[in-house]
Design a protein around this ligand. Structure first.
Ligand code: HEC
Ligand code: HEC
Ligand code: HEC
Ligand code: HEC
Length: 188
């Protein structure tokens, strides 16, 4: 939903795809969209919050949690979008994530993950996201929090004392900053 509460074209597309009559052809439909839309336009459009909101707003509480977090700002000047954190910058990595995301579209249409069972799936999803961040040393966090924007000298003591030791200890951002944007998930 957009600010005015109207359904976005993405939501309309998903609900159309979920109609029984259309169930047989979702994959073909999606390929058509892929081919029919210029490749570049598809990459840009799928990076917008609106695109991510179209499923995650009604499927779970992810969007509401994000909107209550510091990275949503005041909703006008948004410090970080979903994609800023979840879509890698290098092109190849980006393509891998987008291709894996096709699996999300599948789950959405097939209805394997629903509002009812989303919470059950959360710990596994959170772990898979942490794994990705550990693997690339929280590259997406560092993309913004670097240089002048990560000036230890300007940070409060508690933050500075922790950040000074990151390299020596081989730690990465999400080792400490978990549940920053979403509900804190405790695994084990
Ligand atoms: C077509 C509906 C749909 C759209 C659009 C969508 N998602 Fe999802 N997303 C899902 C579903 C369903 C799942 C759970 C199933 C899964 O893990 O594939 C999921 C899972 C995730 C996960 C957890 C993945 C993991 O590793 O387990 C992340 C992170 C995520 N989405 C981020 C995003 C972001 C960022 C966007 C926008 C660029 C987005 N999603 C757009 C439906 C969608
Ligand atoms: C697109 C840029 C961007 C990305 C990506 C980003 N941040 Fe931020 N972050 C900001 C900005 C800007 C602020 C200041 C927001 C404010 O409070 O006005 C901020 C604030 C913070 C804060 C202090 C506020 C708080 O909630 O405690 C922490 C901690 C933080 N970011 C950690 C992270 C971590 C960890 C990641 C990766 C998972 C990350 N950020 C990704 C831009 C970004
Ligand atoms: C060893 C644990 C640890 C690691 C690793 C870590 N942080 Fe922090 N960070 C903290 C603590 C503790 C604070 C202070 C939070 C508080 O007081 O609520 C903090 C605060 C922050 C803040 C707010 C600073 C301010 O000016 O108030 C930002 C932004 C931040 N961290 C970003 C990052 C980023 C980006 C990384 C990865 C490069 C990272 N942190 C890695 C523990 C850590
Ligand atoms: C500041 C970076 C940041 C932003 C912005 C962000 N996420 Fe996340 N996301 C994370 C991190 C880190 C995790 C791993 C779990 C955790 O620590 O909360 C995560 C986990 C998830 C998960 C797995 C389930 C869970 O609760 O852990 C989904 C789904 C997801 N994000 C989707 C989204 C969507 C959709 C948006 C936009 C509405 C979004 N994220 C915005 C950093 C971010």
């Amino acid at each position: 939903m957009n600010k005015k509460g109207e359904n976005t074209r993405w939501q309309r597309l998903w609900s159309w795809l979920k109609r029984p009559l259309a169930l047989g052809i979702p994959i073909g439909m999606f390929l058509l969209v892929l081919v029919g839309t210029s490749f570049q336009a598809m990459m840009v459009v799928s990076n917008q919050n609106e695109f991510c909101f179209s499923c995650h707003l009604t499927m779970d509480t992810i969007v509401q949690e994000y909107q209550a977090s510091s990275h949503f700002g005041d909703g006008e000047n948004i410090p970080a979008t979903c994609s800023d954190c979840h879509v890698p910058h290098p092109f190849i990595d980006k393509m891998i994530v987008k291709t894996i995301a096709l699996k999300d579209v599948y789950h959405m249409i097939a209805g394997t993950i629903t509002k009812e069972n989303f919470e059950e799936h959360r710990p596994a999803m959170a772990e898979s996201v942490w794994k990705a961040f550990k693997k690339n040393d929280s590259a997406n966090c560092r993309h913004c929090h670097q240089g002048e924007n990560f000036d230890l000298a300007k940070q409060p003591q508690r933050a500075r004392l922790n950040h000074e030791k990151i390299e020596a200890r081989g730690e990465t951002c999400i080792d400490c900053h978990q549940g920053l944007t979403h509900k804190r998930i405790v695994v084990r």
